[in-house]
Structures are given as C-alpha cells and as structure tokens.
Design a protein around this ligand. Structure first.
Ligand code: NOJ
Length: 772
C-alpha cells in the first residue's frame, strides 16, 4: 500500500466527515432508516406492525426494556396480545450459564477448521439447545469480531479469523444455522470496533472515576472494508438482532451512535431487526433512543447495578415530548418482526426451567436437551481444527509402547469440571474454554489423559502421567527417559473483562517444556490456547518433535486430539491469524492501557489487519496466516477463471442497500462475477483434507498487497487423488470502498488472483481485469 498525496488527503478527510455525521444524533436522524420488513420478512413486518398498533405506550416500552427474571436478559411481553415474556441468554459457545447443554468448541477453534459445513452444523446444533431451553433470543453468534486487531484482546477466542472476509463467511453460516433452529440470534462482539477489554466500561464499572469507555477511532474506508463487512454478511443471513458494544466509536458511545447504527447499519445495510445494548452499554436514555438503539439491557434489572435505563423513564420522555412515540413504535416493530418471522409468535417455546440470575453463573432447574449427534460434531471440530505447527515425523504416533504425559492441562480440574480458577499451582485441568460470558458449562470434559488412556489400553501400551506443573523434576527424571514419547500439555488463559497481560503461556508452562526436553528426545507439545502464544524459547529445540495448537475445543477435547495424534484424523486445521515471532511484529499500540479520562484507540493501521500488516511491511512471521501441516502433501495446478459461471446472488435472505458504482437497478453487490477453480492433488501416502485459499491483489494503491477472498476445504482425498476447489468471486469481493463517492467500486486495472495452501504459499496465479 503506497500512500500518495491523494490517498493521504482522503485519509485525513474521511475521519472528519465521519465525525461530523456522528454529531447529528439530534432527534431526526433515526427516522431516516427505512423500515419496510424487506424481502422474506414482509409478512412478519405486517404482523408486527398490526400488533404494535394495538399497544399502549407502556406495553411498547415493556418490550424495549430489560427486567428481572430467570434469564440473563428478560422482557416482560404483552400478555393481553398473546406476546409471552422473552428470554435472552448467552452465548457464543453454548447456552450459558445453564446445565443440560453442551460445551461447544469456541469460534477460534471452529475457524481453524476452515470448514463451512462444520461452522453451520455447530450453530444448528447449538441453536437446537437454545430453543429447547426456551430461549427466544440467543446472545450469539459472534459476527463482527473482535477481529483480533489486538492479539492480547481477552475475547479474541470467542470470535473467528483475524480477517473480515473469512469472519463474514462464518457470520453468514452461524446466523443461518442458529436461526434455522428457530431461535432468534444477536450479531455480537459487537457493534462496532470492540477490539479491547481494557477500559471497555465507563458507567461505574471502571476503576478510574469519571473515565469514559475507550473510543475506537477508525476512518470510513476501514469501517467498510474491515469492521462492517461481517455485519453485512449477518444481515444477508437474516440476523434478528445486533448488539451494540461497550466502547465509543469515534468518540460517541457505540449504543448512542446515530451514524454507525442508523446510517451504516439500518440504512446502508438495511438492517430491519433491533439493536440491543450490551449489558450496561447504554449510558443515557435520550441519546440511546435518538442514536437508534432499540432494546435496553439489562434495562431496569439488577437493581440498577448497570444503570437504570428506559422503562418508566422512557414513558416519561415520550409523555413530556422529548422522544416521539413513533421512535418507540419503531423499536418494537424491529423487535417483533424477526420474532414473527421465526414463528415464535405461533409456536410456544418450551418453558424456561433454569435460573441464570444476572451475570452470575449459577443455575437451578434442570432439563437435559443434548442430542447424541452434537457430541460428534464437537469432537469433529476439535480434530479438524487442531493445527499442526511442527512435525519432524513423529506424528502420527505409531502405537508407542511407553507413553509419558506431563502437565496439569492433560487432566481434570481439581475443583470440578466447571470449577473455575484454582489458585494452587495452576491446577485448572484441561483448558477447554476461556472465561466470562462466552464460557459455557461443560456436561463433562473428556480430557486428553482420558482419551490417551483409553487408546493405550486398546493398543496394549503403558501410560503414566505427571499431572502437576511444579515440583516435577524428580518424577520427570525417572519417567521420561524410559518413555517412547512424552506428551506435554500447555495452556494460556483468556477471559472477558481483561486483556491478556502478555502473549506468554501461563505460569510454569515453559518450565514444563524445559523439563521435558531435558529428559526426552521425543517431546510432543499440545497447547490449549486463545490465540498466539510465545513459543520462541523452545520451538526450534530438536527434542521438540511435534507441536499442535488445539485451541479451546470444548467438552470433547481429548477425543478430538487423540484422533489426530494417532492419525485416525489427518490434521487439516490452519491458522486463523498470523503467528508472529514476537508481539512487537504486530501493529504497535493496539491496546490502549494508559489510565486517562478519555482513552483513545486510534486504528491508524486502517485496513492492514493481521496478515495484511505482515505483507505490507514485509515481516516474516513464525507461521503465516492460513498455515497448518498435514500428514500428507498436496500439489496445486490448473487455475482457471470462468466468467461463464457468473450468476445473481442467491444467498441473501435479507438484502443490504449498500451503494455500488455498477448498480443498474436490479443487480446486486453480491452477484457472482466469475469463479476460479484449481486442481488439488494428494501427493502423499495417506488420505487427507486440504484448506485451499484464494487471495486477490486489487489494483489500487490504497489496498494491501493482497486480501483473502475465498477458501474451500477439499475433503478426504485418497493418496493420488485430485479434486477441484472452486471459489466464487462476488462483486463486493473485487470492490473497494470509495470514500469520496460513498460507494463500492471495482477499480480499473489488473487483478491478480492467487491460489494455494496459505497466505505465503500461493503457487498459482491468474489475472482478471474489469474490462475483460
Ligand atoms: C456482557 C458481554 O459483553 C456480552 O457478550 C453478554 O452477552 C452480556 N454481558 C450478557 O451476559
């Protein structure tokens, strides 16, 4: 990306124009967002409108404001009109905090599979559990990030790729999967620019009196090409609700932000559902109403612990003429339209029996809604997402006779499966998931040691485990030298509420590896981690013979892992972010941690997120975005561009109204302009699956060297077998956001299309020009 004078002028100008719009939350802007139901929502819109027309002001407000109840969020409903109370419940990796449900692999673990079928299936199965627990609105899936702008962000693991395109694919599929189960869902983590936990909350939750929430400051191009992209995909999938975030955006509280909510989301993306505040993300009754927020959570609940918002205050503000009643009517139509569209108006959901009080994670009342198939999907995501980073040939294990296991992460949490943090020597057991509202209770965790023991018994092997993290020298000295292989289990914890202090593994982890390599020349390292961790101290040690990133894989952790270790499943996971040598290689200063009154996070890197930053600055990572090893090898050949495969968009359940230069009255930004295909051959000795990736170099100076615009997993190729990977390129995939003309535009010139195995291993290229 070259910064010429024009680009510089635009870059300087764009944030100003953006900020100017932000000031106009003056009571009229909200009315500009078209509310028409749209496409498949038309009937539901008519139904919702008719219901709302019969409501008193108090009844309407009752549907906009959270109250106390059994769920994390509760709406009172309108019994007189047959609208039952609504239950809202977290979260992205399972129904939380509820028992009788599954603990799914987290978003990052699922992203590492790069498998669209598995992304959809995970959501479909999770949606069934939400529905069967009586949840009307799931506070899931993650759609918009965090995109991993800051590698230490405490919640990156809840999200997907550090890439807007790929996260957009996951947004579409996960919204579709959940809503296909009948539950209404909320696009979150979060609208918009929510890329750090530190200083996320003002409003009484901060340690610095008077401090404002951190402001995410980004320009118009960055908004469109990075942070808005995956919300557009969730709108296309028919998303019912969007959650506004805790941070400010360009110095206006996200939940009050008329520009981002009313203009970008409701007008440009033509989002017809409602905007729900993150819990405590609303700071003002009037600003939120005019800023286009539609549902206040937790509203009046929790005795005002997170502010006492809307409710009676909203009634008063309408009665005294501050807020037009029409705005409240608009809120309720937006809340009830997706409810009717999903059939929740006609089909009564099962009764809620759990009691998830507020933000605390205890439950009472029990109903098991798990289905047998779900555990298989969870196990499959675990094995297919496990990412093999190093292998000198020791994996897959050839039925070793004597196995040593080292590290507490291999086994149970000493305080119980969902026991939380142990203070003693890190005895948390297998880290199947991170913390905060994205944590889901596990009905069980199959630990690596459980699964390894089972396998050892089946194969007649001996297995012995040292499951302490400290004081293990003597035991290791006697066990490890006698073993054929030593499996070392490491972890790194991450949670909502704070960012990771560094990218170091947790306490004692590096020491465990040091002990292992001291006594064994065949050390296989397995890591349960939320993103990048520093492995530089030992990764090149010759006694470290293999390394697997197993992420946070959920309840089937051990089963999925052992499938890979023994080669029942050939690893095919690839990195959903760039794994750098050093934290200093990433964009500097992404986390704002200085305790000032108004913390400002300036997204100066613009569109250079993750791998784009490494490409632009020619930084060699330890492992590049999209990298992952297999037990076999693949060869790429025969790239073909087929313009004859062009076809109209078939996937938009709701249409966005994003402006684009080539609009002719009937075409769409999401029409497919051409396909690219390539042949992938398995050239090794065992069957395997390969994630093939497509990147585009867009002929515009302000664009990064290349952007991801397609991925396809070619599955179960036998040795010698070939298959074709086909990628569809849509108008938007070839466009840039034109900040001057405020529209998407395909630049003039030659596009270079690259296809291959990772962002730095792209053997095939072809070219395409707009005029062709
Ligand atoms: C705050 C979290 O940011 C959000 O993800 C969650 O849905 C709500 N709390 C409710 O638990």
């Amino acid at each position: 990306m070259k910064l010429d004078v024009l680009t510089l002028a635009i870059a300087l100008f764009a944030p100003l124009a953006f900020a100017d719009d932000l000031d106009s939350g003056n009571g009229t802007r909200w009315a500009s967002s078209p509310l028409v139901g749209g496409k498949s929502w038309s009937d539901a819109f008519a139904k919702a409108s008719a219901l709302v027309a019969n409501m008193t002001l108090e009844e309407k407000v009752n549907l906009t404001t959270g109250i106390d109840g059994r769920c994390a969020g509760n709406l009172g409903g309108v019994p007189r009109l047959g609208i039952e109370p609504f239950c809202l419940e977290d979260g992205p990796a399972g129904v939380r905090p509820v028992h009788g449900v599954s603990q799914f692999p987290v978003g990052l673990a699922t992203a590492a599979t790069w498998d669209k079928d598995l992304i959809y299936k995970r959501s479909l199965h999770m949606g069934q559990e939400f529905y069967d627990q009586g949840v009307h609105i799931a506070l899931a899936p993650v759609t918009g990030g965090p995109l991993g702008r800051a590698v230490r962000m405490g919640r990156n693991w809840e999200g997907w790729w550090s890439d807007p395109y790929a996260t957009g694919v996951a947004s579409y599929l996960s919204v579709k999967g959940l809503q296909d189960s009948g539950v209404a869902v909320t696009a979150k983590t979060y609208y918009i620019g929510y890329e750090q936990e530190t200083f996320r909350n003002a409003f009484g939750l901060t340690t610095i009196p008077g401090q404002r929430s951190v402001s995410a400051n980004f320009d118009d191009k960055t908004a469109h090409e990075i942070y808005l992209w995956s919300f557009a995909e969730s709108v296309r999938a028919g998303i019912a609700h969007v959650m506004c975030s805790y941070n400010e955006v360009n110095q206006t509280q996200a939940c009050h932000n008329a520009y981002t909510q009313n203009h970008l989301l409701k007008t440009e993306l033509a989002f017809q559902g409602s905007i729900i505040s993150d819990w405590g993300g609303q700071h003002d009754n009037v600003a939120a109403a005019f800023g286009s927020m539609d549902m206040s959570m937790p509203g009046q609940a929790f005795g005002g612990a997170l502010g006492t918002m809307w409710g009676e205050a909203l009634v008063d503000l309408v009665r005294n003429g501050t807020i037009p009643e029409e705005r409240v009517t608009n809120m309720v139509i937006r809340i009830l339209t997706p409810w009717a569209w999903l059939g929740q108006d006609e089909k009564k959901l099962p009764e809620v029996v759990f009691n998830a009080v507020g933000l605390r994670t205890f439950s009472e009342g029990y109903r098991d809604v798990r289905k047998e198939e779900t555990a298989k999907v969870i196990r499959k995501i675990g094995s297919d997402g496990a990412t093999l980073l190093k292998n000198t040939g020791v994996l897959p294990l050839q039925n070793p006779q004597r196995i040593a296991v080292l590290g507490n992460d291999a086994t149970d949490n000493v305080l119980g499966t969902n026991g939380g943090d142990c203070s003693v020597d890190n005895l948390n057991g297998t880290m199947s998931m991170g913390g905060g509202s994205g944590y889901a209770y596990a009905p069980y965790v199959v630990t690596p040691l459980d699964a390894l023991k089972k396998r050892a018994i089946e194969t007649g092997a001996e297995i012995s485990a040292i499951t302490l993290n400290t004081g293990v020298q003597t035991a290791a000295q006697s066990l490890l030298p006698t073993a054929d292989v030593t499996l070392v289990f490491l972890h790194a914890w991450a949670s909502e509420f704070y960012d990771r202090p560094s990218i170091e593994l947790d306490q004692y982890m590096n020491e465990l590896v040091a002990t292992a390599v001291n006594y064994s020349s065949n050390v296989v390292v397995v890591m349960h981690i939320p993103g990048v961790v520093d492995i530089e101290r030992w990764i090149d040690n010759e006694n470290v013979t293999a390394v697997i990133a197993a992420w946070y894989p959920g309840q089937e952790a051990g089963n999925g892992l052992v499938d890979v270790l023994y080669g029942d499943v050939n690893p095919s996971g690839k990195l959903p972010f760039t794994w750098a040598h050093s934290v200093d290689d990433y964009v500097p200063g992404t986390l704002v941690e200085d305790p000032v009154e108004a913390p400002q996070a300036n997204f100066t890197e613009g569109v250079l997120l993750d791998h784009r930053w490494f490409d632009e600055n020619d930084i060699t990572p330890r492992y590049e975005f999209g990298f992952g090893l297999s037990y076999t090898t693949f060869n790429y050949s025969d790239i073909v561009i087929a313009e004859s495969a062009a076809h109209a968009d078939e996937l938009s359940i709701q249409e966005t109204a994003e402006p684009f230069e080539e609009f002719d009255g009937s075409n769409s930004l999401y029409d497919v302009l051409f396909t690219v295909s390539a042949s992938v051959a398995n050239t090794g000795k065992v069957a395997g699956s390969e994630v093939s990736q497509l990147y585009v170099s867009i002929p515009e100076d302000s664009e990064p060297p290349k952007v991801l615009r397609g991925f396809e997993k070619v599955k179960n190729l036998s040795p010698g077998e070939s298959a074709t990977a086909t990628f569809e390129l849509r108008r938007k995939d070839l466009s840039v956001w034109d900040v001057v003309n405020q529209q998407w535009r395909i630049p003039e010139g030659e596009f270079v299309i690259h296809v291959g195995a990772s962002s730095r291993n792209l053997p095939l290229t072809a070219t395409w020009s707009k005029s062709s």
